[in-house]
Design a protein around this ligand. Sequence first.
Ligand SMILES: NC(=O)c1ccc[n+]([C@@H]2O[C@H](COP(=O)([O-])OP(=O)(O)OC[C@H]3O[C@@H](n4cnc5c(N)ncnc54)[C@H](O)[C@@H]3O)[C@@H](O)[C@H]2O)c1
Length: 435
Amino acid sequence: MLPSHPLLTKIQNRTARVVVIGAGYVGLPLLVELARAGYSATGYDKDPEKVSLLNKGQSYIGDIPTEVLAPLVESGHLRASSDPDVLRAADAVIVCVPTPLNKTKEPDMRFIVSAAGEIAKAQHKDMLVVLESTTYPGTTREVLIPKLTSGFELGKDIFIAFSPERVDPGNVKWGIKNTPKVIGGATPACSEIALALYGSIIDTVVPVSSTDAAEMVKLLENTFRAVNIGLVNEIALMSRKLGIDVWEVIDAAASKPFGFMKFQPGPGLGGHCIPIDPLYLSWRMRTLKYEARFIELADAINSNMPREVVVLVQEALNKRRKAANGSRVLVVGVAYKRDVSDFRESPAFDVISGLEHLGAHVDYLDPHVPELQEGELTLKSVPLDVAYGEYDAVVIVTDHRAIDYTRLLREAKLVVDTRDALRHIEGDRAKVVRL
Ligand SMILES: NC(=O)c1ccc[n+]([C@@H]2O[C@H](COP(=O)([O-])OP(=O)(O)OC[C@H]3O[C@@H](n4cnc5c(N)ncnc54)[C@H](O)[C@@H]3O)[C@@H](O)[C@H]2O)c1
C-alpha cells in the first residue's frame, strides 16, 4: 500500500529512531527488544533515577537482567533521557505511560494527555505514534488523534495506532518477542506502518480493524481475568461456608480437558492491570448510560477479599482463645504476585491495615520488597531467617518461591494460607487455615 514511504524504508533497514515514552515495566522490555533488533532506541522518562540507571546499563526491572541491558547501552543502541527534545528526532514514538485510577476509581488520563502534548510539540512529518497504555475504547481517536493532526494529515504524514501491551511480569515463557501483539491503526496506512515496526521485533502480529477494537481487546483480556478470579473467589467463600475444600474442587474441575480454565482464589487482586483496567471500561460504559455488571460485581468480590482474609485471621486466633487486639502477626509476601517486586495495588496493604485496625502488631516478610511504602504506611521487611514462632499468626499473602515453607510450617503457631502454598509441605496441618 505504501511501497516507497520513507518511514517504511527506515523500518526495513533499521535506521528508524524509536523513542519510548515511559521506561517502566512495559517500556523497558520494549526498548530492549527494539535495541536488540538494531534500532536506535531511546527511553524518554520523567524519572531522573530511571534515566540515570538506564544510561549506566543497570536494570531496575526484575525481568530484564543487567547482563542483557548493559551491552545494548554500551553498543549505543539503547539510551535514556529526561529531555523531551529527544522526541524531535524520533521516527516512531511509543507511549507506555501509566493509566491509573483516581481516588473515585475513575480513569486518570493525566499521563497520556501530557505525553500527547509533548509529542505534539516535537511532531514532524513522517512520524509513527503508537499508544500502548491500557485505556478505555476511544482514547486514541478522541485524545491522541486531535492533538496530533493539526497541520498533519492522518495516514499520510502522521501515522497513529494503538497496540495493547501484554507484559506478564515474572513469566519466563512468554516475553515481548514470542507473545503475539495486537495492532489497530487509525487508517490502513497507519496499520501498515505500525505492523511493519512491530513485525520487525515480534514473532506474530495480529492486525485488527481500528484503534477502538485494539483498545477493547486489552479490556476483554483483563476483564476476562478479573471476572474469572471474582468467580473463583466467590466459589471459595461459598465452599468455606459449605465445609468443602475449594482447592480440591478446582483441581478436580481442571481435569476436564475442554470447556474449563483453571483460576485460583486468593487474598485479592493486585498489580497495575487486573484491578484497574476493567474499571476503565465500566467508566466508559457509564458515560453511555450502560452498567457493566460483570465488571462491577467482580470488582466488589475481589476488593472484599482482603477483608475476608482479615476475618479468617481473626476467627483463627479466636479459636485459639486469642484476641486479634495485641497479637503479633507476620504477613508473608506483599508483592502482588509470586516472585516479583511490584507491590502496586497489592491486597497486602488492606490485609495489613485491616489487622492493624483490629489492634494487631503486624510485620511483613518479603525478600523481593525490602521496604513498603504507600500513603502513610512505611514498613521494612523482617529478614528471611525470621523466627516464625514469635508470631501468634503467620499469613501467607504471596507465595514467593524464596520462602522456606517447611521451616515456616514447623515453627509457626498458626498459619493462614491464602494461596495454598503449604499444600505439598509435610507437617502439622492442624495449625493451617486455608481460604
Ligand atoms: N506492568 C504491567 O505488567 C503491565 C502489563 C500490561 C499493560 N500495562 C499497562 O502499560 C502502561 C504502563 O505501565 P507500567 O507498568 O509500565 O508503568 P510504570 O509506572 O512502570 O512506567 C511508566 C513510566 O512512565 C513515566 N512517565 C509518566 N509520564 C511520563 C511522561 N509524560 N513523559 C515521560 N515519562 C513519563 C514514569 O516516570 C514511569 O517510569 C499502563 O497503561 C499499564 O496499565 C502494564
